[in-house]
Write a protein that binds this ligand. Structure first.
Ligand SMILES: Nc1ncnc2c1ncn2[C@@H]1O[C@H](COP(=O)(O)OP(=O)(O)O)[C@@H](O)[C@H]1O
Ligand SMILES: [Mg+2]
Length: 344
């Protein structure tokens, strides 16, 4: 609309001027040479006039972005404790009776959740979707603060510590992957700006995505995103896993990070994570739908409607013949003993 109006107005104006000049020639006021000179001058005037439309467009675009930016800057700042405790290296994390409810939700997303994990331990959470697993992770990394109970790092409540220092020790892979338009190197270095190429390649190997380097011939300089190489959902997930691993974080959290992968790659990555956690220098928290991914964990907690209903090593919740048993049986494709007997 803008360019139509602008184009039409300018053309009409130009024609009107031309006709006015021709009329002046007809009346012997102007000579032909003067008319041509006037035409040259008018070009110099019309060119900038044509630019005005572009300026308005650019202004509109910038305005939209600036409004977003202003809305972001309006958000309240994360409250920092007045006298923060320095926790040093994270060695254990604990939930003590945590309760949480989302804004404008009618039910508690988590009720009375307690668990603990120390260095060298792997703990897993399973449960149907909507049972509160991602909420639990967000509470753990401090994106939400608990309504009741406490989240403790090294037995210090997160209300008393400076979260940024703790967050630098966390490697979190979420359900949604966020990659940026740029090179592979830039995307992975995002988590560790001083990482060397060798470190990046090693992390990509651990996340089973080193083959991407060979795919385009540009290696780490391969552009990804709209202008560059297109990646599948699984490949994006693997890259975000590589990004989490490069930090060698003491606390590694996978929130359904391998759910978009085929079962073979998932197993490969799970094995890598297992070897990484085996050295006792890491707390690993796994959330996965495929139970084979989490069955090796030291503690498996089954969440149902925001409560931990069963927990223990693989065998314990299995023997309770509850939700875990049902999920396990369904995934392994085993018939209940009664049905097998009837079938035989
Ligand atoms: N931002 C939100 N606002 C309101 N309710 C939410 C929000 N995020 C999640 N919920 C609700 O909290 C519950 C737990 O969600 P979530 O932790 O994402 O489940 P899971 O990861 O186990 O699938 C769900 O019932 C969901 O509808
Ligand atoms: Mg989730």
């Amino acid at each position: 609309m803008l360019s139509f109006l602008q184009g039409t107005t300018l053309s009409l104006l130009r024609l009107a001027i031309l006709f006015a000049l021709l009329w002046l020639i007809f009346r012997n006021v102007l000579s032909t040479g003067e008319l041509i000179a006037m035409q040259f001058i008018s070009v110099a005037i019309f060119a900038p006039l044509q630019e005005i439309g572009n300026i308005i467009l650019a202004w509109r675009e910038a305005e939209a972005s600036l409004l977003n930016f202003a809305a972001l800057m309006e958000k309240p700042i994360e409250r920092r404790p007045d006298d923060p405790v320095d926790i040093g290296a994270v060695t254990h994390v604990r939930f003590a009776g945590v309760r949480f409810r989302h804004k404008n939700a009618s039910d508690d997303a988590l009720q009375d959740v307690s668990f603990a994990a120390g260095l060298g331990e792997t703990i897993a959470f399973v449960g149907p979707s909507g049972s509160g697993k991602s909420t639990l992770v967000r509470l753990l990394v401090g994106l939400y603060s608990p309504a009741g109970g406490a989240v403790l790092y090294n037995d210090i409540s997160t209300r008393e510590l400076r979260f940024n220092l703790a967050r630098r020790q966390i490697g979190l892979v979420t359900q949604e992957t966020h990659l940026f338009a740029g090179t592979l190197r830039e995307n992975i270095r995002f988590a560790k700006p001083d990482a060397t190429d060798a470190e990046i390649t090693a992390a990509m190997e651990q996340a089973s995505c080193a083959y991407l380097l060979a795919k385009s011939g540009d290696g780490l300089d391969t552009l990804i995103g709209e202008m560059g190489m297109k990646l599948s959902g699984g490949e994006r997930q693997r890259l975000s896993i590589a990004r989490a691993l490069i930090r060698k974080p003491p606390l590694l959290i996978f929130d359904e990070a391998t759910s978009a992968l085929d079962s073979l790659t998932e197993e490969q990555i799970t094995n890598t994570v297992r070897t990484l956690s085996a050295h006792g220098q890491r707390i690993t928290i796994l959330i996965a739908h495929r139970l084979s991914t989490v069955m090796h964990a030291d503690t498996i907690s089954v969440l149902e409607k925001g409560r931990i209903v069963e927990s223990g090593r693989h065998d314990a919740p299995l023997e309770q013949k509850g939700l875990y048993y049902a999920m396990w049986r369904q995934q392994i494709g085993e018939r209940p003993p009664a049905a097998v007997a009837a079938f035989a």
